[in-house]
Design a protein around this ligand. Sequence first.
Ligand code: MN
Length: 496
Amino acid sequence: MNNLKQNEVWFLTGSQHLYGEETLRQVAENSQVIAKELNQADDISVSIIFKPIVKTAEEIYAVCQEASQNKACIGVITWMHTFSPAKMWIGGLKILQKPMLHLHTQFNRDIPWDSIDMDFMNLNQSAHGDREFGFMVSRMKIQRKVVVGHWKSDRVKKQIDTWARAASAWADWQGAKFARFGDNMRNVAVTEGDKVEAELQFGFAVNTFAVGDLVAYINAVSDSEIKTLVETYESAYLLADSLKSNGDRRTSLLDAAQIEIGMRKFLQEGGFKGFTNTFEDLHGMKQLPGIGTQRLMAEGYGYAGEGDWKTAALVRAMKVMGTGLEGGNAFMEDYTYHFEPENNMVLGAHMLEVDPVLASGKPSCEVHPLGIGGKEDPVRLVFNGKSGPSLNASLVDMGNRFRLVVNEVEAVEVPHALPKLPVARVMWKPLPDINTGCAGWIYAGGAHHTCFSQSLTTEHLDDFAKIAGIENITIDKNSNLRQLQNEIRWSEKYYS
Ligand code: MN
């Protein structure tokens, strides 16, 4: 997950045999230059691989077939350097199983005013060649991202990277396994969903595992493993006095470490990319996992509480999308409000499981009672989240489709000490304002569970929703409630 460069995006250049060998040689040469530039760009996190230019229906079909089956290939960039009659593309596009970005560019940035002749015009035809191609993709109702501009521009490279990150997350989901310990929290609606439909639509599998099987892993942990992990806790966090080596709650820390090690082994051995559990189903466990879950999330596992497998999978996808970017992606819950006029804020947290990738400063490691679950007091990391532009994303099951709801927010410094609050917390102001942001969210059916992102933009999530073929409702600084409600109504009709 730490290196997106192993992911390949294949650069496919369309042309035809109309122009003669010299023109085709030039087309191939130019395409190689562009692919090389994109491959070496600091702004692009994946590898861009040049493929021989395609000039016939047979060549197009062959490369689309190869791209669809190649494991390293996570998507294709298409570009029509010259005209490439699009009926030739039908067969290939019909079988293409990978995300597509249509790069609408041109080799020459500027028109060579003094020397332009018909040879130049014939060589540099993407202005109409890409329109012919685009028509066919639209007619075939294939989702893709269209990026327009000169290939050397920073904006174009960043847009390609945004899409490539979404495509990387999509590739990560294909065949992914998520473990669900127990069922959903009883009677909760939004965290439920159709796991069969999710596997069809998204490519990942969610299956249940008995808590007792996890407990067997926890019970098998050795004292020396616990000792090593506790040393990590001691160096990485500010330990509460009661948890220190002579503290009266030291045993709680050892128990928490044992739970973490058992969970990690279970997840590693099963090849899982994420998990969910519920405080209603902890038979045989001493504590609801707090610090263990927090640290597993920080390592890249997707997680959400109370059996919420959809959010667990979304958290994993967003972590992949955000690989190497500044800021974290984390499971979050809108918890409580600050309704001060002109200074409205949301306090986001969870019972325990807030991901320390969000922390500003060194987290403290504490133990406190938990009012629910009926287990021993769980150990957790406590910290404040960072300020800055952020967003919340939520994946909900509307019955006949999945919907992604996204709200841009401005995270703020936690303005006061919170001496009695025993959980990590993040504070933010929804855009464009708290009324539009929260009312829009509720109209759209967005969940209380989200993935909170400090590193991704609405463009990443828009690209991801397109690749996944699902509805996306975005609430940003330009949103207004009337338009938003109309969008929801029209969308309802579109999907019905
Ligand atoms: Mn929750």
